[in-house]
Design a protein around this ligand. Structure first.
Ligand SMILES: [Zn+2]
Length: 96
């Protein structure tokens, strides 16, 4: 599927799975540390949001491997930046 738009059915199903995942013990353990997967900032666990590394609209799935905890700042950046800009942002974080 890659860069093509995913079907509405796929997105609907994977959103539901994400909701289930958010209620799981796995997710509670994941956010307990309060650390953002991307920038490494430490925040309150409730401030972390579930982020899909490969977005659902691009065919990503709600699997444990594709779901990470992200702070609100990273999450909103990822939503608003173009994929290439988001990659640049991640590169900059890695260099710091
Ligand atoms: Zn972050």
């Amino acid at each position: 599927m890659d860069w093509l738009e995913a079907s509405e059915e796929h997105i609907r199903q994977e959103r539901q799975k994400a909701r289930d995942l958010r209620r799981s013990q796995w997710w509670k353990n994941r956010i307990a540390s309060g650390i953002c997967h991307y920038c490494g900032v430490r925040v309150e666990p409730r401030e972390l949001t579930l982020d899909h590394i490969v977005p659902l609209v691009r065919g990503g799935r709600s699997t444990k491997g594709n779901c990470v905890a992200a702070c609100k700042e990273c999450n909103s950046r990822k939503q608003h930046l173009l994929p290439i800009e988001w990659e640049d942002y991640l590169d900059k974080l890695r260099q710091e």
